[in-house]
Design a protein around this ligand. Structure first.
Ligand code: GDP
Ligand code: IMO
Ligand code: MG
Length: 460
């Protein structure tokens, strides 16, 4: 056997950016910051459920399907095969960016990315409605079984991934360029969906049942073919593309969407999303091995937020929670929903750091904690009277967890202009040191505001 290293092999020098909590940690800003040092930015999971806000020169951009790296001119932006793509939303997003002067010529879409069709979005809404109805009158809100609705973004994410697993009815981006194949697949899909969804609509009753109109496969095929024509030049085999770039020594930045505690395997199931949101989603979602990575950066807020349902042990229902929500502008980028806010849960973060094998921490929103007299950090849970420092990635179990806190004296100073660790107030530095020591990973960057430049480089 020949064990020589092939000529094309390059030392690993790519980076992954992964959310360590329940999403909205500031991944978009971190990607925007790091994109300058990379050649390609790649999305590998999720769909238009993601909302990544980036503020450049005072202008705010919200990205859902397009990698945040698009805001750097000359970078390639790739939507990998692991993403589920609502082509209508993608075209709108492209148009919106072009309208604001952002060049989008560098965006490429995998021919194997699965398509979110209109019936997936309707199924998402109907399922949520029926699940909500199923726990009406249940005093625990379905918590015991992890039942009830999930509080999805209703972007059709779960049904589109389910379709992919069903196989024969799933449409991929490459099919949008093959009218015969597309029409057959959409007809088959509509056969299943129309009978399933009309039954669900009937069960919901009222206007939903009255207004239900079966999906017309011809119309859906026509629309998708039109989207395909508009996207033709962008639809490619991105696996070979990425490998070719790697063999030329190019650096890839993988942009995680959603976050570790929403991972379908490692998150707080069933209150999760439907994709692999951790670093381990990169392989299946792009066809590129994790071996190309030299760093895995985990992004975390200085506190915790969550959108949608599911347990969140450190949730705050008081004035401090409201204050953090307002100061941190904690309203969903995708749905506008107010985010649930809580103290920093280090049990959860340490678990997420472990699952992803992170090499550095990007901590965001430190500025938001300014002016709070006492800061609390959850360092253990008490479950059924027993203390544990292990996270519980299971909805019905985690709901029993009571947080055990370590308290800190807060800090009072406007951090938005601070650019070095030394210039931070002592209280803020102590908070950061405690986090580093608890998680056992060094800080790489600390965010003190939404702007690209409002970042402290820590060297970790
Ligand atoms: P993502 O989904 O992980 O990309 O995060 P989102 O963009 O949904 O939410 C993060 C929000 O925090 C956005 O509005 C960002 O502009 C903002 N943001 C990011 N980092 C910081 C920071 O360090 N301080 C403040 N105040 N805002 C930040
Ligand atoms: P970014 O990339 C926050 C949550 C939803 C819901 C659950 C399932 O911006 O961090 P889905 O529509 O995916 O089936 O919803 O997951 N969720 C997110 N919450 N940020 C996200 O993405 C999210 N993506 C999904 O609120 O609770
Ligand atoms: Mg977000």
């Amino acid at each position: 056997m020949n064990h020589r290293t092939p000529k094309t092999a390059q030392p690993p020098h790519s980076t992954a950016i992964i959310g360590l909590q329940w999403g909205d940690e500031g991944k978009g800003k971190a990607v925007d910051r790091l994109a300058a040092d990379h050649d390609v930015v790649v999305r590998f999971n999720g769909g238009a459920n993601a909302g990544h806000s980036v503020v450049v020169g005072g202008t705010r951009f919200a990205l859902h399907l397009i990698p945040s790296g698009i805001l750097h001119q000359g970078k390639l932006a790739v939507i990998g095969n692991g993403v589920v793509v609502d082509t209508e939303k993608l075209l709108q997003e492209l148009e919106g960016l072009e309208g604001r002067g952002v060049k989008t010529g560098g965006l490429v879409l995998s021919d194997r990315a699965h398509i979110v069709a209109p019936y997936h979005k309707m199924e998402d809404s109907l399922r949520e409605e029926l699940l909500r109805a199923s726990i009406a009158g249940d005093s625990s809100g379905g918590a015991a079984s992890g039942g009830g609705d999930i509080g999805t973004t209703k972007r059709g994410i779960g049904p589109a991934y389910a379709e992919k697993i069903h196989r024969s009815t799933a449409v991929r981006a490459g099919d949008l360029l093959r009218p015969e194949v597309l029409r057959e697949k959409v007809s088959r899909a509509c056969m299943f969906k129309n009978s399933q969804l009309s039954g669900m609509a009937e069960r919901v009753g009222g206007a939903t049942a009255r207004d239900f109109v079966p999906f017309d496969p011809e119309k859906i095929s026509r629309d998708l073919l039109e989207h395909g024509e508009k996207l033709r030049a962008r639809i490619q085999d991105t696996t070979y593309l990425l490998h070719d770039l790697l063999s030329q020594g190019k650096r890839i930045l993988f942009e995680g969407a959603n976050a570790t505690l929403l991972d379908v395997d490692h998150g707080t199931f069933p209150f999760v999303t439907s994709s692999s949101t951790t670093v381990h989603g990169i392989g299946p979602g792009t066809g590129v091995s994790e071996r190309c990575l030299s760093s895995v950066l985990g992004v975390m807020k200085a506190y915790t937020t969550r959108v949608g349902r599911g347990p969140m042990p450190t949730e705050l229902f008081d004035d401090i929670g409201n204050r953090i929500r307002e100061r941190g502008r904690e309203y969903g980028t995708t749905t506008g929903r107010p985010r649930r806010v809580g103290w920093l849960d280090l049990v959860a973060v340490k678990y997420a750091a472990m699952v992803n094998g992170i090499t550095g921490i990007v901590l965001t929103m430190l500025d938001v904690l300014d002016g709070i007299d006492e800061l609390r950090v959850c360092t253990a849970y008490e479950i059924d009277g027993k203390r544990t420092e292990r996270f519980v990635p299971d909805g019905p179990e985690l709901i029993k967890a009571k947080p055990v806190y370590t308290a800190f004296k807060g800090f009072s100073a406007d951090l938005s202009g601070v650019r070095t660790l030394e210039d931070l107030p002592a209280g803020a530095r102590r908070y950061l040191e405690f986090i580093e020591n608890y998680v056992g990973v060094r800080l790489a960057l600390v965010g003190v505001g939404p702007g690209r430049e409002q970042t402290i480089e820590c060297g970790g």
